[in-house]
Design a protein around this ligand. Sequence first.
Ligand code: HSE
Length: 441
Amino acid sequence: MEPVKVGLLGLGTVGGGTVSVLARNGAEIARRAGRGIKIVQASARDLKKSRRCDTTGIKLTADPFAIVNNPEIQIVVELIGGDSLARELVMQAIQNGKHVVTANKALIAKHGNEIFAAARAKGVMVAFEAAVAGGIPIIKTIREGLAGNQIQWLAGIINGTGNFILTEMRDKGRDFGDVLAEAQALGYAEADPTFDVEGIDAAHKLTILASIAFGIPLQFSKVYTEGITRITREDVSNAEELGYRIKHLGIARRTATGIELRVHPTLIPHRRLIANVDGVMNAVLVKGDAVGPTLFYGAGAGAEPTASAVVADLVDVTRTLTTDPENRVPHLAFQADALTDVPILSMDEVETAYYLRMQALDQPGVLADVTRVLADLQISIEAIIQKESPDEDGDSTASIIMLTHRVRERAMKQAIERIQALPAITGDVVRIRMEQLSSKQ
Ligand code: HSE
């Protein structure tokens, strides 16, 4: 049988990796897919740039529209990123009846509902395994492998750059900017690295995971998003002292009143496997009612790990080219007319535990005042540490570090306001959320 003809948009890190993996493993991939998969044309912004992959036999163009409009091409692989030109190209490819494979999380999180509707109308597939957690086949796992479960919650380290920065800060005391520059040089970081450190990239990925886990439309604008830029080495070492580790997590949880969608730094017990996922690695913990907790671990970024997911999607699309569209796996795991409109909870309604750190004048009654505020709001304390330290003027001050039990965020906000208003408390209260992620939750 003739090989399937593929057009590649973008020859950057992941594009280059895709060319290399297909070239190296082509014979084995054809045995899996039932026919060969051949990149016939690829686009790049700068055709003169030297590349690590071998593009022999691939027609190169600087015009990506030449690919989506090429009648010979059956599958378009979109690897240029961003959500403006990429959206235009993907919509054009779909209108031209081409199947699409993309690694673009921003595109799917923000425009996926529209893209999937267009794809259904045209009877083509849009596959996006590489959009979440790089090489980890988490989309396929939730969509197919866990299809017998009600997913109760999932929590993931889904931004490699952020995890790399937190790990290096903890282990080597390295400077934030210095580690970020290294992640950029290694090709892990987003074109705009604030997407990594402010949690936007993780929010894109969480949006996608939540949709396929719970059967809800993609709702990126409703994700609560907080980055890692305010995490200090002091908080990292306090957390360690208390038996916790700070990780930047994306959390989606089904509750009786709605769905929690949140990305923020989180203390988790250090003995959890996911607390030990370090460097650029990603991991996603998924709790299903039947299977219990399951953990998926692997490289979340980089040329060939991400290409591994792109090529797996190419194999999937190739295998199903002859299938009736109604019999294909639905884009968002649930049939398009069976998505539900369960509300996404506002952060005020979310219930979680907290790490608090505050600076206080070292004088009698301060701790009693703080604990009274918490007691008045029914917030129960799990642990307290007090550390004496002289301030700039030589006066004695103390750092008070507390862990609380679970409480609604609204009550915690009120507590923090009242604590900050106490005369003996200096400066703002630092608040980091805390999750046990235990199999009982
Ligand atoms: N910037 C992303 C990360 C790349 O660091 O995880 C993979 O999506």
